[in-house]
Design a protein around this ligand. Structure first.
Ligand code: PEP
Ligand code: MN
Length: 263
């Protein structure tokens, strides 16, 4: 169902009035984790002002250490929904547990499957039934075939709106958090009709690399971007080193408009 052989034309996935796979290249922006109402609201207002089409934020964080901040959970969902409505932008957030799919679907406009859960088939089956568009991240060690098969679980399970997200894969290189595989963009678009967005934040782990890789992603044909931003990255409770300041994000959206116009 994910294959181009099944569906020759590019699929357009709509999240409210944001369209992935159409002409424009929507940018999703927001903090890695929702930390407080004030932090998320300030970020959302700046994101909207800079031209972001959608908001991101984590309420359930899949942290490597159980002692790290795990997210505000239900409180984070409420904050995202309230702020999303206030600023008028849809919200995507990660769901990590099949038992929380109903809850997260009540508060979010799009459900994110994180890299660590790309092959959590019980979660994929539950999310497929939720009736929400899905952002499916590539696993840290997933081949393109495995990633497309994870999309197949969603599509065969009842979901018709799946957006793929390249977010970097693990290689021997340690100077970056992951190795962003931009060749996946044209390759997956050749193999599949699904839209592909790029996450240069997790893809590099370093805010200085986010802008250049975001521009390169648009030049490579990405159908959207998802970018971590924070009002005070040095104080962020997760992923501060890869988060753009609000001012740097504004600068980036200006540059992206030029790249989009040129391709
Ligand atoms: C995130 O988007 O904050 C996240 C945890 O992403 P990934 O699953 O790609 O690591
Ligand atoms: Mn993050």
């Amino acid at each position: 169902l994910a294959s181009r052989q099944f569906h020759a034309h590019n699929s357009v996935v709509a999240v409210n009035d944001v369209r992935f796979g159409a002409e424009a290249v929507p940018v999703i922006a927001g903090p890695c984790a929702v930390e407080s109402y004030e932090q998320f609201r300030e970020t959302a207002l700046a994101a909207k002002d800079a031209g972001a089409a959608m908001l991101r934020g984590g309420a359930f964080k899949p942290r490597t250490s159980p002692y790290s901040f795990q997210g505000l959970e239900n409180e984070g969902l409420k904050i995202m929904q309230a702020v999303g409505r206030e600023v008028g932008l849809p919200v995507v957030t990660e769901v990590t547990d099949p038992r929380a799919v109903g809850l997260v679907s009540e508060f979010a406009d799009m459900l994110q499957i994180g890299a660590r859960n790309m092959q959590n088939f019980a979660l994929l089956k539950e999310v497929a039934l939720a009736g929400r568009p899905v952002l499916l991240k590539r696993g840290v060690a997933a081949t393109i075939e495995e990633w497309l098969m994870a999309a197949e679980y969603l599509l065969s399970g009842g979901s018709s709106e799946v957006v793929l997200c390249e977010r970097g894969i693990r290689t021997y290189e340690n100077y970056t958090r992951n190795t962003l595989d931009l060749s996946a963009v044209p390759l997956v678009k050749h193999l599949s009709h699904l839209p592909v967005v790029v996450d240069p934040s997790h893809g590099t782990g370093n805010w200085r690399l986010v802008g250049p890789m975001a521009r390169a992603a648009v030049a490579a044909g990405a159908d959207g971007l998802i970018i971590e931003i924070h009002p005070w990255p040095e104080e962020a409770m997760s992923d501060g080193p890869q988060s753009l300041t609000l001012a740097n994000f504004r600068q980036l959206t200006r540059e992206l408009a030029k790249v989009a116009a040129a391709v």
